[in-house]
Each structure stands twice: as C-alpha cells, then as structure tokens.
Design a protein around this ligand. Structure first.
Ligand SMILES: CSCCC(=O)C(=O)COP(=O)(O)O
Ligand SMILES: [Mg+2]
Length: 226
C-alpha cells in the first residue's frame, strides 16, 4: 500500500546525529544558566521548571542533558533556548541533502507529512522553519513530541494515527532507531529504518531499510523528486 502519510523522526533520519549532539545540545547547555536567570520567572518557563525535581534544577537539567534523557521538560526547555539561536541566525536546521526534495515531491504528490521527534514541537518547527533548505513548515500538517507518548511505546503511534485521522496501515514511519520502529509496527504502521552511513547507523534487520529518502520513495512507491 502506498503511504497516505509519512511520519518522520528527525535525529538520524532527516538530520545528522552530529548536528543534534555537537551543535544543538551544547548550545542549550551553554545558554542554560543565562536563560534561567533571565526567563525563569516567566509563566511558560516556570511551568516547565515545576516538572524539574531537585534542590538545584540547573544541575538536574545538566544531568538529563549528559544522559540524553528524553524528558519532556528538558526537551521543552531546550526548544525555548534554541529559539533565540534559530531566529538570530546562530543556528540553522541541518537536513541531509536528499530530504527536502523528497519531502516537497511527496507533499506535492498528495502524501501528508508529519514529524514525530523527542525534540519538542516548538523545536521541530524551529528546525524545519529555519532549515538549510529554507522554510519547510508549509509542507507539514502535523507535529508530535513526547507529549503524545514515548517513541518506544506502541500506544504513541496509535494516538498519532487517531489524531491525524489516518488508518495506521496507511502511515509510513521513518526512523533510525529499531525500538521506535518496533513500536510503530506493533500499532499497525508501515516502517522503514534510515541507515545513514554518515551517522554510523547499522541496519537492525527487523524492518525495511533505506540509506536515504529516494530509496524510501522507491521502496514504498512514493513520488520521486526531480
Ligand atoms: C530540533 S529537534 C531536536 C532533536 C532532539 O532534541 C532529540 O532529542 C532528537 O530526538 P529524535 O526523536 O528526533 O531522535
Ligand atoms: Mg532518531
């Protein structure tokens, strides 16, 4: 069945793992103290901080950062910190060169597009709105983060299907992480693992695999770019 909706992960799928780990995460850590001092009392930030335990919240946040913990509060805060960098040009969303042409072709061909990442919805919009390929936000009809559930839980994909109004069998989920693909398949979605050599991803063998988006298009009869 040709997908009616492509649901894509970001890190390791549309964008380099190194961009997230070596650019985005250090940017947020470097700005953390100044951000908390300047904006910690704002209602939006205070509501996030209410979910951060411990007497030294900056230390808790740094511990989560060091562990790459996919904690919703940390992800929300990182998104708010990155906002300044994306809007003043210090940050630009990395995309592998094959990604934007395929996303444009798929959307133009009538395939809906959505994002599901541990990065907050706000951060997802910053990355695609300020990407190396320009503003890609108009291509997407949905954005989902861990507020819908964890990426390794099947129920999260059922919830996304319900919220998009799509039959799970018509959704293709793209990710580099086998456990995320397992969970999506458990909820009836089609799956494809992105095995990008530059990221050092290894094919898990449990899902169809593609080295880039054109190969995804060929395997799932999606419109081809250019
Ligand atoms: C601008 S999105 C930042 C990505 C991020 O924070 C992250 O943790 C990556 O998670 P993903 O689910 O995209 O692998
Ligand atoms: Mg990923």
């Amino acid at each position: 069945m040709t997908p009616r909706l492509v649901l894509t992960d970001i890190e390791g799928t549309t964008s380099a793992i190194a961009f997230v780990k070596d650019t985005l995460f250090p940017f947020a850590e470097a700005e953390l103290d100044a951000f908390l001092a300047a904006r910690g009392a704002e209602p939006e930030v205070a509501a996030i901080l209410a979910e951060v335990p411990g007497p030294d919240q900056a230390a808790t946040l740094r511990g989560w950062m060091a562990a790459d913990a996919k904690v919703t509060a940390l992800k929300s805060l990182q998104g708010l910190i990155w906002a300044a960098g994306f809007t003043d040009g210090r940050l630009r969303g990395h995309l592998w060169p094959d990604v934007a042409p395929c996303l444009r072709a798929w959307q133009a061909g009538g395939v809906a597009l959505a994002v599901y990442s541990s990065g907050s919805v706000g951060a997802q919009k910053l990355l695609f709105g300020h990407s190396e390929a320009g503003d890609l936000l108009p291509l997407f009809s949905g954005f989902f983060d861990t507020r819908v559930g964890a990426k390794r839980e099947a129920a999260s994909y059922a919830a996304i299907a319900a919220q998009t109004g799509q039959d799970p069998a018509g959704i293709l989920f793209l990710s580099d992480v086998a456990e995320e693909l397992d969970a999506a398949r458990d909820s009836g979605l089609m799956t494809c693992q992105l095995v990008r050599a530059q990221d050092g991803t290894v094919a898990c063998g449990r899902h169809p695999a593609a080295m880039d988006f054109p190969e995804v298009a060929r395997q799932f009869q999606l419109p081809l770019a250019g």
